[in-house]
Design a protein around this ligand. Structure first.
Ligand SMILES: C[S@@+](CC[C@H](N)C(=O)[O-])C[C@H]1O[C@@H](n2cnc3c(N)ncnc32)[C@H](O)[C@@H]1O
Length: 240
C-alpha cells in the first residue's frame, strides 16, 4: 500500500523534530484569542461530545484549552518541549485543572497513556506523518479508544486544493502575473528541498482523502470528510 517514497519521507522525520524544537505556537491563521475560540468551536462541533479526550500534537494548547470546559479529562501530547512549556503556561493561566500533558511522539505515546478515551483528535498534525505512520497511529488508537469513540483528524492538507492555494488562486487579488511568480517561487523551493534532502514543503505532506479512507476501512472504521471552515485548502476526517 505504501511505496518507496514513504520510506524516504520517514527518514526525514528528524527534520520535523528540529522544525518544532523552539516553536511556541501552532501557526493558526490568527493567534488572536477570538479567532482561536472560533476555531475551537468548529472543532468541538465535529467532536460532538464524549467525556475524555486525547489531543495528539496539541502544540501550545491553543485549541486544547478551549476543549477543556467540555470534557472531564483531557490529555495533550506533543514531541516538542517548547510547545509543551507554552501549553503548560496556558493551562495554568486558564485554570484548566483537567488537562495533563505528555511529551511523546506517534510511536512512544501509546505506552505512556494510562487510560483510554472517547475522542482521539489531532489538529494540523497529519501533514507531519507519513501514510505508514498514519496507518500505525490508527491501529494503535484502536486499543485506546472507548466503545462508541471517534478519532477526529482536523485540518489535513488537501492535495487537490493545497497547490491552488499555494499559487494564490484563492487570494482576493489573484492575477496571472502573481500566479506565475508564485509558480516559479514554488518550483525553486521544491528544487532546493529536493537537493538538500528536506521535505519538499515546509507545511508537510498533503494526504488524499481516498488513502485516509482506505486506512480507516482497513481497521473496520467508517469515515466522513468535512471541509475545514477556516482553511480553504484543508479537510477534516471523522473516523468512527
Ligand atoms: C501545526 S502544530 C498544531 C498544534 C495544535 N494541534 C494546534 O492546532 O494548535 C503541529 C504540532 O504537532 C506536533 N507534532 C508533529 N509531529 C508530531 C509527532 N510525530 N509526534 C508528536 N507531536 C508531533 C508539533 O510539535 C506541533 O506542536
Amino acid at each position: 500500500m505504501f511505496g518507496d517514497n514513504e520510506k524516504k519521507l520517514s527518514k526525514k522525520k528528524d527534520f520535523w523534530i528540529e522544525f518544532f524544537a523552539g516553536r511556541i505556537d501552532g501557526g493558526h491563521r490568527s493567534s488572536a484569542e477570538e479567532f482561536l475560540s472560533m476555531e475551537a468551536e468548529e472543532k468541538l462541533f465535529h467532536l460532538k461530545g464524549g467525556k475524555t479526550l486525547l489531543d495528539f500534537g496539541c502544540g501550545a494548547g491553543e485549541l486544547l484549552s478551549y476543549y477543556a470546559p467540555e470534557y472531564e479529562q483531557l490529555v495533550g501530547v506533543d514531541f516538542s518541549a517548547s510547545m509543551l512549556d507554552e501549553a503548560s503556561k496556558r493551562i495554568r493561566e486558564q485554570k484548566c485543572g483537567n488537562i495533563s500533558l505528555i511529551q511523546a511522539d506517534d510511536k512512544t505515546v501509546w505506552d505512556k497513556l494510562e487510560s483510554s478515551f472517547d475522542r482521539i483528535t489531532a489538529a494540523g498534525v497529519l501533514q507531519y506523518l507519513t501514510l505508514q505512520e498514519i496507518d500505525s497511529f490508527i491501529f494503535n488508537a484502536l486499543s485506546h479508544l472507548n466503545k462508541g469513540g471517534k478519532i477526529v483528524f482536523f485540518d489535513i492538507l488537501d492535495p487537490r486544493l493545497y497547490p491552488l492555494w499555494k499559487i494564490g488562486l484563492f487570494s482576493q487579488d489573484a492575477d496571472i502575473l502573481n500566479i506565475l511568480r508564485k509558480i516559479g517561487f514554488e518550483f525553486k523551493v521544491m528544487l532546493s528541498a529536493s537537493l538538500n534532502n528536506r521535505p519538499k514543503d515546509i507545511l508537510g505532506f498533503a494526504h488524499s482523502p481516498n488513502i485516509i479512507k482506505k486506512i480507516a476501512n482497513k481497521y473496520s472504521f467508517e469515515i466522513t470528510f468535512v471541509q475545514s471552515m477556516y482553511y480553504e485548502y484543508k479537510y477534516h476526517a471523522i473516523i468512527y
